[in-house]
Design a protein around this ligand. Structure first.
Ligand SMILES: [Zn+2]
Length: 344
């Protein structure tokens, strides 16, 4: 069942159920947000008066190798821990961000690189395990929403939030609202093709952005040149020390990032691009040379788009997830009636 029925929507901030659920000791209704990632599950209790800081924040390993049921039970365990640690009872609605998206037509999760979640009715199964209604959204959309509302992208109209790390995700926020799209895939720049690239991707295509400039892809490129298995931060360190192969790896990142993000800029012409994820930590992405690499492929003679580091750290995802429960209009990639989605 989706969010189409008005009776199912929480109204405004009043997502408690009248029995003290979600009530903060201070009186305000708290929000619960969960970021269900491939390696860790992070949860936070957030006071709506201070949406960019957590009353309580906890983590558990996802252990996705132990299977789908285990992942669902880990989320339930974490929410129980949040209640005990914060002294706040879980609200009637809990916001959860995860890689992938609920297919609007079938109601099952798709496109997740945590592949054990694909094809499952994740929202319903989480709701049953948590004894609460669940708003589920793509993790990159949660990141983009939080950074656009009260992080690096605040006061800008059109903000692209990228997660550039193990994978390449992205979300689009316009006037403070996530653009989710007819198929739920708006902002998925990581599976656009890069010219001349042929590496197979888990999505079934070849030469996707993710197979070229994700952290593992860049590490693979360096290994191909040197035979050495190094993590990206070490490769960046070696580049600074003059290692030719490491410098070639970073040159490749700059050039291919330029081509990949220019395709997004040509369509959406954003005010700002906020770059999260491990690869997003690299200084070179914010340099003048990278701007030139982008401009080379942009349909304009100048580039005023800002490239910004996230200001909410690795908490943006969990804050964005908590925000999903703030009102019926602020969510990202929620299921809803087609009419509601298109008019949002
Ligand atoms: Zn792909």
């Amino acid at each position: 069942m989706g969010f189409g029925g008005a009776a199912q929507r929480p109204r405004g901030e009043a997502h408690g159920d009248g029995n003290g659920r979600g009530a903060h000791p201070g009186g305000a209704m708290s929000r619960f947000g969960v970021d269900l990632g491939g390696t860790k599950i992070e949860g936070a209790v957030v006071d709506p008066a201070r949406p960019d800081s957590a009353v309580c924040r906890l983590r558990l390993p996802t252990d996705s190798a132990r299977g789908y049921s285990h992942v669902i039970s880990q989320v339930a365990r974490l929410v129980g821990m949040l209640e005990r640690e914060s002294g706040v009872k879980r609200p009637a609605w809990i916001g959860i961000g995860t890689p992938g998206v609920i297919d609007p037509a079938s109601g099952v999760l798709k496109n997740s690189n945590s592949t054990c979640l694909n094809g499952r009715r994740v929202r319903e199964d989480l709701a049953a395990a948590l004894g609460a209604e669940v708003r589920l959204a793509n993790d990159a959309n949660c990141f983009a929403l939080a950074e656009a509302r009260f992080g690096a992208g605040r006061r800008r109209r059109v903000v692209i939030g990228l997660i550039l790390g193990t994978g390449c995700g992205g979300g689009v926020v316009v006037d403070g609202r996530v653009l989710d799209g007819l198929h739920g895939i708006a902002g998925e720049w990581g599976h656009n093709p890069i010219r001349g690239e042929r590496t197979p991707c888990y999505c079934g295509r070849r030469g996707c952005v993710e197979t070229v400039i994700s952290g593992p892809a860049l590490e693979r490129f360096y290994r191909g040149l040197t035979g050495r298995r190094l993590r990206l931060p070490e490769i960046a360190g070696r580049a600074a020390g003059g290692d030719g192969a490491a410098r070639a790896t970073l040159r490749r990142l700059r050039a291919k990032f330029g081509e990949a993000i220019a395709a997004v800029i040509n369509i959406l012409d954003p005010d700002a691009v906020v770059i999260g994820g491990g690869v997003g930590n690299l200084d070179l992405l914010y340099s003048g040379q990278t701007r030139e690499a982008v401009l080379k492929h942009v349909f304009n003679t100048e580039l005023r788009t800002e490239f910004l580091r996230p200001t909410l750290g690795d908490s943006a995802g969990v804050f964005g997830a908590a925000m999903l429960t703030a009102s019926s209009r602020s969510g990202a990639r929620q299921e809803g009636s087609p009419r509601a989605r298109r008019t949002r």
